[in-house]
Structure formats: C-alpha cells, structure tokens
Design a protein around this ligand. Structure first.
Ligand SMILES: Nc1nc2c(c(=O)[nH]1)N[C@H]1C(S)=C(S)[C@@H](COP(=O)(O)O)O[C@H]1N2
Ligand SMILES: [Mo]
Length: 453
C-alpha cells in the first residue's frame, strides 16, 4: 500500500482499493486525528464568518507548544539541496507516488492487463500528464525505432507513397488540445454500479496537446482522388491488426491529423510512438497507434473492429454500427467514490466535461440528486473536443448528499440521466455510456458510487 496521506481537506481516494487494510487505516486516521483537528479549527474561527471564510483564514495559531512543523527548522531550510539534473528524465515528488495508472479490478484479470485507467481524482486542469495517460492495447505496446518506421499512403491515389518519420516531420504541423476517450469508458456502469472510484468509472479518458501533420496534406501529396475517395482505412503496425474506417469528410475538414508530438515531446510508446492518428471527438479505437498505412477507398471497410466489435446493441433486437462520436459527458472528480470528507463545511466541487461535437457551453452541478442545479464555473476557456475543467463552491451540512454534474455542449445537446439514456439505448450496450454520474456523500464523509435515475 502506498502513501495514503491526508491531502487538504479531502482524503485522496485509496488508489488501490483492493488493499482493504490500507483503506481502514485511512478511515480511522481520519476519524481520530484530522477530524478533531479540523473541528477545533472551525470552532476557533470567528463565529458568523461562515465555513468558507474559516477555510480561507486557515487554522488558528496554536497557543501552547506551537506547531513543530514551524518551530523546528527542517533540513531543507538549513542544508544544501540537491544539484541540478545532469542526466535522466525528471520525475514527480516521491510524495505523489500513489498517483498512478491502474488496471481495473472490475475487469477480468489476464496475465497481461490490456487497459490501465488514468487517476482522474488526482489531476488538475485539462491536461493529462503523459505518464498518467490511460492505456488500451489490443496486443501489447511496443517501442518502435522511428528510423525504421514507415507510413504508406495507397489505394485511390495517383502514386502510392511511403514516408519516413524525417519526411513527415518536415511538413507543416499543427498543435491542438484534444481528449481521447475509449468508447467503452464507463461501460461497466451500463449494468449496475460496478466500480468504486472515478479512476475506474471514467478513467479511460485523457487530454493532451498533440502535434502533427493534417492527414489531408499527406493525401494531397499522394494525389488522392478526393471525389471517389469517400473513406480511408487507417492501419497500425502492432500485432492487433487494428484497422479503422475514417470518413473522408472528417479528413477534408482538416481536423484529422497524424501526430508525433504529445504535451511538448514525442509521443509515449504506450500512446503509439512514433506516429498515431488523432481523430478529434471520435472514440479512442479510431485513433490508430503505430500508424503505418492509410488506404483511400470508396466504401466503409467493415474491419473486424467495426463489424464484430464496437457495435451497440439496441432495444428490440437491433444494433447500430459506426457510432463513433463521443457525445457530451461530464463527471465530478472530487468529491468522488473512495474519497472521504473530513468534516462539514466548505469544499470545492471539481470535475471534467467534454463533447465530441464541439465546445462545452456550460456545466450544471446538483448536490441533491438532480432536483436542483447550479451553474458551475469553467476554470478556463473551453476548447473544441477537449476536456474542460469546472469548479463549484459547496458548503456541506454534514447530511447525505448526492453530487452530480450535467454538461451541455455548443450544439445545445444536454448530457442525459440513466432513465433518458436507457429509454433510447436499452440496457445491453458496452459502449458510449455518457449518462450523468452520481456520487453519494454519506454522513460519515465517505463517498460512494451510486446510480440515480
Ligand atoms: N495500433 C493500435 N491502435 C490502437 C489500439 C491498439 O490496440 N493498437 N487501441 C485503440 C483503442 S481501443 C483505444 S481506446 C486507444 C487508446 O489509446 P491510448 O492507449 O493512447 O490511451 O487506442 C486505439 N488505437
Ligand atoms: Mo478503446
């Protein structure tokens, strides 16, 4: 069990909740230590100032003995610190070592896990650090030698072309922030309340600044027939034979690009180094990693990951195919399942919202299970098909509360609740669950995943 230290006024979710011992430790520490400490702090704060004020004022100065963290000079105030890096790659603080990607205990455990979830409960802002980007590999990941990697453009083109990485990196590039969400994100929640933390309910999403070359540029260089060519097939170089059909209209819009950069450096191997397709707003599976071939064609390809997998079972025995857009969705990341609120008083509710169709227009937050809603504050300007961080102030009265968020995008689409989603989609889907998520804050401060219709 890694560090489970108290952070601010919310205890970090036990990141590996399989370790029951660790959770118990956290809970009892919270109840004995910090709880009374914080209660005293609130009691000492000026009466009538309100909980938010008490928080802003900090803790009262202890009268006896003093705070040893202030009185006793620590080594870092008296000694010589470490020297600058002369080699190696910078790493986060050792006190943050519990913030990790993890495979979900809700999924079948195989010898080689094929999904690891991003720790959404521990992240700020809109960007996912590259080392915490979720991973989904159908046949494991590879660290491919970029000097040997090739991209072929063929099919309905004047002359088939092969590009080296050097040739690709000479071309005019774009840099854009986009989310990538696996179509199966939140999939286990279709059936029932399956997993306890936001890492496992929503952690198959990440957002990066990607850098690369618009695919249309490469198609033009190869002399693609943009009249007959209605679709392309994108193919990866790993053993999963990952091939996906991408409509030419998306490519002509200039939005689809082949990326080599992620958050200011080359892609991570787990994310498809040295080259991946970026298809903004579209489910993760179409973002083909280790991209080695683009074929221009006049029909959808009905590849295995289109004809057999990634199909939505609908009510009445029907199914739908090629449903690639990730509809508008949001989730509160704090307070969220597995976290513990130490006492009543002020909290900042925070979360993420996104839409595969454009920008987030606004996010509403409810603390009473969807009866009343208040407009949240967006923490930054919303970008198209990117994660958007929202915040809302809340004073918890210590009674049970059900926290939800509901996002609206700039097409006017409103994120559905479970009743609305199931009315349209039935109950037998795996993919494209964008329903409103509910977190129950219990009287003892523990937060649980619940479903509210
Ligand atoms: N070549 C290749 N591309 C792939 C995959 C894969 O297994 N191989 N997985 C797909 C799926 S299902 C998803 S959700 C995303 C995951 O991207 P990430 O691992 O960078 O998060 O990549 C997609 N592209
Ligand atoms: Mo996926």
């Amino acid at each position: 069990m890694q560090d489970q230290s108290v952070s601010g006024r919310v205890i970090k979710a036990p990141e590996n909740f399989l370790d029951k011992g660790g959770i118990q430790t956290v809970l009892s520490e919270a109840k004995q230590g910090r709880r009374s400490f914080i209660r005293n702090a609130f009691a000492a704060a000026a009466a009538g100032a309100g909980s938010a004020m008490a928080l802003a004022q900090g803790n009262p100065i202890p009268t006896e003995g003093g705070d040893p963290n202030i009185i006793n000079l620590p080594a870092h105030s008296t000694g010589l610190g470490q020297g600058v890096a002369t080699e190696g790659y910078g790493m986060p603080s050792k006190f943050e070592s519990n913030v990790q990607r993890r495979p979900s205990p809700g999924l079948t455990q195989t010898t080689q896990a094929s999904v690891s979830f991003a720790p959404l409960q521990s992240l700020f802002g809109m960007v996912t650090p590259s080392g915490l980007h979720f991973e989904r590999h159908h046949q494991g990941w590879w660290d491919i030698d970029p000097s040997k990697h090739r991209l072929m453009i063929n099919g309905l083109v004047k002359s088939a072309k092969v590009f080296t990485m050097d040739e690709i990196m000479r071309l005019p590039a774009v840099s854009r922030f986009h989310f990538i969400e696996c179509g199966a994100n939140t999939g286990m929640e279709w059936g029932n309340v399956a997993v306890p933390t936001v890492q496992y309910t929503h952690g198959m999403i990440s957002c990066s600044e990607f850098t690369g070359v618009p695919l249309i540029t490469l198609l033009e260089l190869a002399g693609a027939d943009l009249k007959k060519g209605k679709f392309v097939l994108a193919e990866g170089a790993d053993g999963s034979s990952m091939t996906r059909t991408i409509p030419m209209d998306l490519i002509k819009s200039g939005e689809v690009f082949i990326a080599y950069g992620q958050n200011g450096e080359m892609l991570r191997p787990e994310q498809g180094y040295p080259l991946r397709l970026v298809v903004p707003g579209v489910q993760g599976v179409s973002w083909v990693k280790y991209l080695r071939r683009i074929e221009v064609g006049d029909m959808p390809y009905a590849a295995k990951d289109e004809a057999v997998h990634y199909i939505d079972l609908m009510p009445g025995g029907l199914h739908r195919q090629y449903t690639s857009i990730q509809e508008c969705k949001s989730v509160v990341t704090t307070p969220s399942g597995g976290q513990v609120l130490l006492d009543k008083g002020f909290y900042q509710i925070t979360g993420l919202a996104w839409s595969g169709r454009g920008k987030i227009k606004h996010v509403d937050v409810s603390v009473d299970g969807g009866r009343n809603w208040r407009r949240a504050r967006l923490a930054h300007e919303a970008m198209s098909k990117a994660l958007t961080r929202f915040n809302m102030e809340w004073i918890w009265d210590g009674k049970p509360a059900i926290i939800q968020s509901r996002a609206t995008d700039d097409t006017g689409y409103v994120q559905p609740n479970y009743t609305q989603l199931r009315a349209q989609r039935g109950t037998r889907s795996i993919y494209h669950n964008n329903a409103i998520q509910s977190w129950l804050v219990q009287e003892n401060g523990e937060v649980k995943n619940v479903q509210v219709s």
